[in-house]
Design a protein around this ligand. Structure first.
Ligand code: C2E
Ligand code: CA
Ligand code: CA
Length: 759
């Protein structure tokens, strides 16, 4: 700085110093290149290569000045070596430049144009116009003179563009390196300026280069100590960019170019070109930002209305569509129905197979729902395993669509190479005609929910349609059901491991039957038996139906179980059934979906006749709420069975809803009054009144009335007084094995006063 010791010392210190700092920068960059991966590694290798060129240039310069004591004249290989630095660096950072998707793909290029033309605007009045004037007419000379400033311009531009796009933790090193590059470029320009005013060089410039190289080295070292996230090979992302950085040169470009344009001469034309370029690039860049913003807004709007997991509507969109549908109903009296769906035992899937499996299942379910539901209607996921469907006026009635949706779950879901059965509880509510009743969207939705909870409580699948009496259902119980995530623990023993054992038990016919006698209240004799299934489990003991039937139902094993029960019951019946002496029919319980199977009557009749038994040896019991789903088909099956001589009973009468219509629509032989009415018959006058009336009603319709769950003598007496025909319960006999039953039967033939039986 102070030229102590004369020009030789100054030259030596500056040349050796430059070389040393360039060497340091090169070594640091090379170390980073060795450690980095992917695109980053390529970028740093190219950068190190450029620094190597600079190093060669410095070394050659030193040899010329200090050893050969001359200076290379004109454009020499030293210039080539030096120019390698900005060129390789420009390429290096363009390798590392951010890759954007459309409409942003152009953005780095536009940023480059903005930065480059802004820098050009700054450089023009400072040095470039001088070079143009001095080399006017001599293009080759001009090109040489421009080589350094232009190469530096490209280098700084690329560095700024990349730095702007680098994510925060990795930005420090890039900022430092870019600072170094800018100082090197400024020093280069200063050299051009010095030369343009006629001097060869200036020793002060060495300080600029040294400082630049030192910063490059520091930046490289910082890069080396930045912790790399796993998998981050290119530290460039779109997020949290220094979005203003490409505009930074404008801060200098505007005042400088305004000053220059003030005294515009024809020689300043390149300035105009650069200005136009700058403005166009900035405008186009703004345009890409507008496009991007609009695309982002679309995405945000879409995300606000759809469920991210399944892509179907979310709660917000659903209630919006429902409100709209209710408005249409007001105006045009259009039909509106809401279907509320809640998966049974989804929690079990989640708990035993994992959440990602559960998520995949939910996606499959959403797909299946959308494939069944017509395009005009709305499928929505309301959260968890809750779905809803909005059914508007269309060619398909809501009840039919609901039925189709339930049937869509009869096929298993294929996930990770396995078949999985899952069923929903479904509630349906339809808005009444506007003249009949005013109803809000909210209320309609609540009704569908209420119907769904009723279906869930019944635990038998199928669709429950909202009926007014559901509003009388114990709200407190619903609330606890809801707070349990809508699930009621129906299975005490459940789990995936049990399912495998169950399949094996069914395959090996390990499930067994016990029989509970039905007693004639007038004669005290056995008039029939009911077959009840049991699973003698090796570890858990004998399991009752409530403990494993849900598992059977949910896994599509009902058909197999029904066949097994049918075969076993018929086989057992052959051991006691003797026409004329012991005509005790056996009743089997049927699952709901079995009734949808129109081939079922033939199978049952074949099983009976194959065993050589008359059809009267068998009867079937159908739980009342099972009938809800498809009354017409159930009615067909029932008629077929009865036409062939089988007896059909409605089971658990009074435990479900809308039961009167069954008595009207279905032709049946027997009505089994649910336990919940029989138990309080002595205590509650109201229960007694109901029992009495139902017995009378049954008799009016020519139907035999059976009382279930009779546990004591007084109840039996009371029922006899009411005229009840048949009773069943622990007071008479618990369910017993086929062998025990045969013994009793033989005794009973000789002695009619065999009851009560205790075991
Ligand atoms: P359900 O058809 O109502 O069968 C009567 C249930 O009441 C039986 O329970 C029986 O053991 C029980 N019970 C009989 N007398 C009394 C009594 O005095 N007091 C009390 N508290 N309970 C009594 P179980 O065997 O546990 O069967 C439960 C349900 O499982 C049955 O109800 C039936 O719906 C179903 N189920 C049983 N076996 C089969 C079958 O083979 N196939 C089908 N699909 N369902 C079956
Ligand atoms: Ca039954
Ligand atoms: Ca029953």
């Amino acid at each position: 700085m102070f030229s102590w010791g004369g020009p030789v010392v100054t030259d030596t210190v500056s040349d050796v110093g430059s070389l040393a700092f360039a060497g340091l920068a090169f070594t640091c960059a090379l170390t980073v290149a060795k450690k980095a991966q992917g695109r980053l590694r390529l970028a740093w290798s190219l950068f190190a290569f450029g620094l190597f060129g600079w190093l060669i240039g410095d070394a050659a310069w030193l040899v010329y000045r200090l050893v050969l004591r001359t200076e290379p004249a004109g454009f020499s290989f030293i210039d080539v070596a030096y120019l390698m630095f900005p060129i390789a660096t420009g390429v290096a950072w363009s390798v590392n430049a951010p890759r954007e998707r459309r409409p942003l793909a152009l953005r780095p290029l536009l940023d480059g144009l903005i930065v480059a033309s802004a820098l050009f605007l700054v450089l023009w009045p400072l040095i470039l116009h001088r070079l143009f004037e001095q080399n006017a007419g001599n293009e080759a000379q001009l090109a040489l003179a421009l080589a350094y400033p232009i190469a530096d311009l490209v280098m700084v531009t690329m560095a700024l563009v990349v730095t702007a796009a680098v994510r925060a933790p990795y930005r420090g090193s890039m900022v430092t390196v870019t600072f170094g590059l800018i100082i090197v470029a400024i020093t280069d320009c200063a050299l051009v300026y010095v030369q343009s005013i006629g001097e060869r060089t200036n020793p002060l410039l060495a300080i600029g280069w040294a400082a630049g190289m030192l910063l490059v080295a520091a930046g490289a070292l910082r890069e080396l100590h930045t912790p790399r996230l796993a998998g981050v090979t290119a530290a460039v992302t779109r997020r949290r960019q220094l979005f203003w950085l490409p505009y930074a040169p404008l801060v200098f470009a505007i005042p400088v170019s305004v000053t220059a344009l003030w005294e515009f001469t024809p020689g300043d034309r390149p300035l105009l070109v650069a200005g136009v370029l700058l403005i166009s690039a900035a405008l186009i860049r703004q345009l890409t930002i507008l496009l991007e913003n609009r695309a982002l807004l679309d995405v945000v709007a879409e995300q606000a209305l759809t469920d991210p997991l399944t892509g179907v509507a979310n709660r917000l969109l659903f209630s919006d569509r429902l409100d709209h549908a209710m408005l249409l109903r007001q105006r045009d009296d259009r039909k509106v129905s809401v279907l509320s769906l809640d998966l049974d035992d989804f929690k079990m899937v989640n708990d035993s197979l994992g959440h990602s499996y559960g998520d995949a299942l939910l996606r499959h379910i959403a797909d299946r729902l959308t494939s069944v539901v017509p395009a005009g209607d709305t499928v929505a996921r309301l959260g968890g395993d809750e779905f809803a469907v909005l059914i508007e006026d269309g060619p398909v009635s809501a009840a039919e669509l609901a039925q189709r949706i339930v049937e869509a779950f009869d096929k298993p879901f294929y996930l990770e190479g396995d078949d999985l059965f899952i069923h929903p509880s479904v509630g349906l509510a339809t808005a009444p005609p506007i003249d009949d009743e005013e109803i809000t969207a909210d209320e309609l939705f609540k009704r569908a929910d209420l119907a769904m909870y009723t279906a869930k409580r019944a635990g038998i699948g199928g669709v429950q349609t909202f009926t007014a009496d559901m509003r009388l259902v114990d709200r407190a119980e619903l609330r606890t059901a809801a707070s349990n995530g809508g699930k009621r623990r129906r299975t005490t023993v459940s789990g995936i491991q049990l399912l495998g054992q169950l399949r094996r038990a069914i395959d090996d016919a390990e499930l067994s039957l016990v029989y509970q006698p039905k007693i004639s209240l007038s004669s005290g004799g056995i008039v029939g038996v009911e077959a009840l299934i049991r699973w003698p489990h090796p570890e858990l003991g004998v399991l009752t139906p409530n403990q494993f039937l849900p598992l059977v139902r949910q896994n599509g094993l009902m058909g197999a179980v029904t066949d097994l029960v049918l075969d076993r019951a018929v086989a057992d019946a052959t051991t006691w059934f003797q026409p004329g002496t012991c005509e005790m029919p056996v009743a089997i319980n049927l699952f709901a979906p079995s009734l949808d199977d129109l081939a079922l009557p033939d199978r049952i009749l074949a099983a009976v006749s194959d065993a050589g038994l008359p059809p009267t040896a068998l009867s079937v019991e159908i739980t009342e709420h099972l009938l809800v789903a498809n009354i017409r088909r159930a009615s067909t099956v029932i008629d077929r069975l009865r036409a062939n001589g089988l007896r059909v009973a409605i089971d658990d009468y009074g435990s479900g809803y809308a039961t009167m219509s069954y008595l009207r629509d279905l032709r049946i032989d027997e009505l089994k009054l649910d336990r919940q009415f029989i138990a309080p018959v002595l205590r509650s006058q109201r229960a007694a009144a109901i029992v009495q009336s139902v017995i009378d009603l049954a008799h009016t319709l020519g139907i035999v009335c059976v009382a279930e769950g009779v546990e004591d003598e007084a109840t039996a007496d009371r029922l006899r007084d009411y005229g009840c025909d048949v009773a069943q319960g622990h007071y008479f006999s618990r369910p017993i094995t086929a062998d025990a039953l045969r013994d009793r039967c033989q005794v009973g033939m000789s002695n009619s006063a065999i009851f009560p039986i205790t075991d």
